[in-house]
Write a protein that binds this ligand. Structure first.
Ligand SMILES: Cc1cc2nc3c(=O)[nH]c(=O)nc-3n(C[C@H](O)[C@H](O)[C@H](O)COP(=O)(O)OP(=O)(O)OC[C@H]3O[C@@H](n4cnc5c(N)ncnc54)[C@H](O)[C@@H]3O)c2cc1C
Length: 289
């Protein structure tokens, strides 16, 4: 049973921020309810005021320029991101992320900003955002600030957002030349939350050696994580199958996932290692193409 609440529908971002400031910890944002209503129905979250921002079209956009990169407004649906020509052209791994987020129905209604704000360690966009060093733009009645995604995710359902703040935009740097990226996840049911997930990004230099690498894993810790030891191993190296085996070994050493109803800790660990090996290899091959 959902406890009674007052439903508020601001006409603008400015009004939403005023409401957040006015009702403080008694209020929560809703942007589709794909995640929030589940936890409210279970009684895990209660609120006196629900501020609905779903219809705020001023936060519904995907923009790109070579200098500033990509900007995704917080209320943009997963489906709009998935179908965006900008995303298809520049961020192959994000198309793969969005293709695997839940069902088409959920993607049609759930928002990119709501997904990031919910901060479930099994949610898929986080691995991509971490691999691309994305930034999260937050706004409150008093102004704006931009937080690197690595500082934004703090742990299970926990973020750096403060009282009165909301996400307005997700900023993703433009890809360098010779960038390849890839995402996949292992699930028990197709398009369910993952047992393990991975985004890899490889940038090559003009001689075909690895200039930089990013390997981000989901579902294996309290939040999405980067495997920096494996990333450093790749930098300066030429393509070699043995490198990917080494990435897998490092992942096994570096992570310590927990068991839950979906998988044992061992299964999760094994899957994460395999996915990291495969996605790193695929990202490298895409960077070469
Ligand atoms: C059946 C099912 C399967 C799913 N499977 C996956 C999956 O495989 N992978 C995956 O990544 N996700 C999955 N999800 C989650 C889905 O991606 C949701 O779209 C996402 O969680 C956001 O939903 P929403 O936009 O409706 O946000 P809501 O549910 O409305 O809000 C979620 C949380 O974010 C807060 N919030 C919303 N917008 C903002 C904002 N702009 N600023 C600050 N706080 C905000 C709310 O207060 C709430 O705490 C699944 C969901 C369902 C129902």
């Amino acid at each position: 049973m959902i406890q009674d609440f007052t439903y508020l529908k601001p006409d603008s971002l400015k009004e939403a921020l005023s409401m957040l400031a006015e009702y403080g910890e008694d209020a929560k944002l809703i942007c589709g309810g794909q995640s929030l209503l589940i936890v409210m129905r279970e009684g895990m979250v209660t609120t006196d005021y629900l501020i609905d921002i779903k219809h705020l079209s001023e936060l519904d956009y995907v923009k790109f320029d070579e200098k500033e990169g990509c900007k995704i407004g917080a209320t943009t649906t997963h489906r709009s991101v998935e179908h965006s020509d900008i995303i298809k052209k520049n961020y192959q791994a994000l198309v793969e992320v969005e293709d695997r987020v839940a069902s088409v129905q959920v993607r049609n209604w759930g928002s990119f900003g709501g997904n990031v704000a919910h901060a479930d360690p099994a949610e898929d966009p986080a691995t991509f955002l971490l691999a691309y060093d994305a930034k999260i733009k937050l706004a409150s009645k008093d102004g704006e600030r931009v937080v690197p995604v690595d500082d934004f995710f703090l742990g299970y359902y926990e973020t750096a957002m403060e009282q009165g703040e909301m996400i307005t935009e997700i900023q993703i740097p433009a890809p360098e030349p010779k960038t390849g990226s890839a995402f996949t996840k292992f699930t028990l049911l197709e398009n369910d939350l993952g047992v393990a997930s991975c985004t890899a990004k490889i940038v090559l230099d003009n001689s075909g050696k690895c200039k930089s690498a990013a390997i981000a894993l989901g579902c294996v810790d309290e939040r999405a994580i980067r495997i920096s030891k494996a990333e450093s191993l790749l930098v300066g190296k030429s393509y070699d199958e043995k490198l990917f085996e080494e990435v897998q070994k490092i992942v096994l050493d570096e992570i310590d996932p927990v068991a839950d109803i979906h998988a044992t800790a061992e299964t999760r660990k094994h899957q994460a290692g395999v996915l990291a090996k495969r996605m790193t290899k695929l990202a490298w091959e895409r960077a070469k193409a």
